[in-house]
Design a protein around this ligand. Structure first.
Ligand code: VGL
Ligand code: ZN
Length: 195
């Protein structure tokens, strides 16, 4: 696992925030806290090899059509400035943080956000950063495997990157039963390397 890193291989740590990774979080992903230690080991291996490390952070206003309270599907979570939006206290944070969902946009992929009303899509800085650093391979870990991890992995494939997803370093929401398997199938079909 540690052998995979080098300067052209980046690590993306997706949404390891209290609302997802803490059993008391408002959108707790079952087993979310179990991935933190393994992700820290991955971060250490990446840093030791000079690989860039990026973190995404779901970062919503208190009212957004992303939430069930305003017509969406999700319980309110990761509201900007709240403890639920903070990274898990045990996560090693040593790299650039990419916030998404700011201004009420839906942000599943760490690469882009989408205005839920107009459908307008905008890029975050992540794609630009990876291009600047001539990254060719992206390792994606974090939460949740059937939403932000899947969307980030698929968009990275769309940008032509080789994408690795170690399945033991993610967990799934399963809002609909079987979302985990469907996500794995979709990622595999897109060429994401799952191990
Ligand atoms: C996520 C649902 C809503 C995620 C974010 O990080 O996977 N899921 N917002
Ligand atoms: Zn969200």
């Amino acid at each position: 696992m540690t052998a995979r890193y080098g300067p052209r291989v980046a690590l993306l740590v997706v949404d390891v925030q209290n609302d997802f990774a803490d059993p008391a979080g408002s959108l707790y992903v079952t087993g979310g806290e179990e991935v933190v230690a393994g992700i820290n080991a991955e971060i250490a291996a990446a840093r030791a090899a000079g690989a860039p490390v990026f973190y995404s952070q779901d970062w919503h206003p208190a009212r957004t059509p992303h939430f069930v309270t305003d017509g969406g599907v999700w319980p309110p979570h990761c509201v900007a400035g709240t403890s639920g939006a903070e990274f898990h206290p045990e996560l090693t944070v040593a790299g650039e943080v990419i916030r998404k969902g700011v201004d009420g946009a839906d942000g599943y992929s760490a690469f882009s956000v989408r205005d839920p009303r107009s459908g307008d899509q905008r890029s975050t800085l992540l794609g630009q950063r990876l291009a600047e650093q001539e990254v060719t391979t992206l390792v994606v870990v974090g939460l949740a495997g059937d939403h932000c991890v899947r969307e980030s992995a698929l968009e990275a494939r769309g940008l032509g990157l080789t994408v690795l997803l170690p399945l033991e370093l993610t967990r799934f929401v399963n809002l609909r039963p079987g979302d985990d398997q469907r996500s794995v199938t979709a990622m595999r079909a897109a060429g994401v390397l799952l191990d």
